[in-house]
Design a protein around this ligand. Structure first.
Ligand SMILES: O=P(O)(O)OC[C@H]1O[C@H](OP(=O)(O)OP(=O)(O)O)[C@H](O)[C@@H]1O
Ligand SMILES: O=c1cc[nH]c(=O)[nH]1
Length: 202
């Protein structure tokens, strides 16, 4: 039987090139597992603050916060955005990027358990910048990291506490995360470096 012959359930687009890493339903399942892991590790939702790293980490943090509140049957989990632009170590090498917004929940981050949320973990330099940005804002009791995809190739001693999918990749590839409400479609694909997959994945 070829891939094209297979019956594909609704929500699982046929992927003749085998590039799809996670479909939309699989992304949801990964996030739900991460929400449970965060709760288990933190022994509940007390003192949790989720901070998404723009761009797509913001959407993921907000989804995780909603899932944690639903699972724990508690009030809203504080969630915010952490812009890292001015803390990047490649500011002089990269084309200029406009800073995005940083939004810290009303209760602040002092003494809290901050979970940084991003879509892809690669060199680790974004997370290093995030830790730098965080230090300007307060002193959390602990900082943890949740990512949807860990594609390896770390250049710094940084690891994620919660990972949706560990994906061994080559440097020549790029992992592209698309989130509904942000990109139109929703999936994660691996593509040749420099290429961009446009449009709805379905
Ligand atoms: O571990 P690293 O090597 O730092 O790579 C991971 C970062 O790269 C991507 O962000 P990008 O800078 O492409 O911006 P985007 O989130 O706006 O796509 C991704 O969203 C991560 O934040
Ligand atoms: O493959 C990669 C590397 C960094 N950031 C991404 O979003 N994808």
């Amino acid at each position: 039987m070829t891939r094209a012959d297979m019956t594909v359930p609704a929500g699982h687009p046929i992927d003749p090139d085998g590039r799809t890493v996670l479909s939309a339903p699989e992304i949801s399942r990964c996030l739900r597992r991460i929400a449970h892991e965060i709760l288990e590790h933190n022994k509940g939702a007390t003192d949790l603050v989720l901070l998404g790293i723009p761009s797509r980490g913001v959407e993921l943090a907000s989804r995780l916060a909603a899932m944690i509140a639903e699972v724990e049957e508690c009030g809203p989990i504080p969630v915010g955005d952490l812009d890292i632009t001015m803390h990047r170590d490649d500011l002089r090498r990269q084309p200029t990027r406009a800073p995005m917004r940083t939004v810290i929940p009303a209760g602040g981050i002092d003494g809290k358990v901050v979970v940084l949320v991003d879509d892809v973990l690669y060199s680790g330099r974004t997370i290093r910048a995030a830790l730098d940005a965080l230090a300007d804002l307060g002193r959390p009791r602990a900082v943890r990291l949740a990512v949807l995809v860990d594609r390896g190739h770390r250049e710094l001693p940084i690891r994620a506490d919660h990972v949706g999918k560990n994906l061994p990749t080559s440097h020549q590839e790029k992992v592209q995360v698309r989130l509904a409400g942000f990109d139109g479609g929703e999936d994660i694909v691996r593509i040749a470096s420099g290429a961009t997959v446009l449009g709805d994945p379905a």
